[in-house]
Design a protein around this ligand. Structure first.
Ligand code: HEC
Length: 137
């Protein structure tokens, strides 16, 4: 005759480790400094604000909205043309650079006559003027 002994070991419940939020030191510092959480802001251009900016800033003194040359190139088709400029990742990139740093790329057949007055333009203003220039075919 055999007796089977089953041990009744007391099972203590092991509490799971508490979940610790461990931000990177830089993020921690920013939060401690009171920074708002990082949110990606998407800026959408508004063509009608862009067309107002075009007039208010006096771009129209040198640029027509058609094909005519005034002091600078006419803007008909500028958005498609911008995409072909070598050295820029996109038409948006080219147009932004043309406005902020006009001496950086000189359009063939023109002189460096555009004033460097718009280097500090707001991102929203640039997005708006690009949205407007896109409508000029
Ligand atoms: C005093 C005249 C003048 C004014 C004002 C002026 N521009 Fe220009 N712009 C030029 C000239 C000249 C060129 C061509 C030479 C060059 O590439 O810099 C040019 C080039 C450009 C180009 C590139 C055109 C192309 O065909 O690749 C863009 C975009 C542009 N200007 C935007 C603007 C905007 C937007 C404004 C107003 C905020 C403005 N310009 C105001 C004279 C002017």
């Amino acid at each position: 005759m055999s007796i089977t002994l089953i041990s009744c070991r007391e099972v203590t419940e092991v509490p799971s480790d508490p979940i610790v939020f461990n931000p990177t030191p830089a993020a921690k510092e920013m939060v401690m400094a009171g920074a708002a959480p990082v949110v990606e802001v998407v800026i959408v251009g508004d063509p009608s604000s862009g067309s107002e900016w075009f007039i208010n800033e006096g771009c129209n003194a040198c640029h027509s909205t058609g094909a005519d040359k005034i002091v600078g190139p006419g803007f008909a088709g500028i958005y498609d043309r911008g995409a072909t400029r070598v050295g820029y990742s996109s038409s948006d990139d080219y147009i932004e650079a043309s406005i902020r740093y006009p001496g950086e790329y000189i359009v063939e057949g023109y002189s460096n006559l555009m004033p460097a007055s718009w280097e500090e333009s707001e991102k929203q203003e640039i997005a708006d003027i690009i949205a407007y220039l896109k409508t000029l075919k």
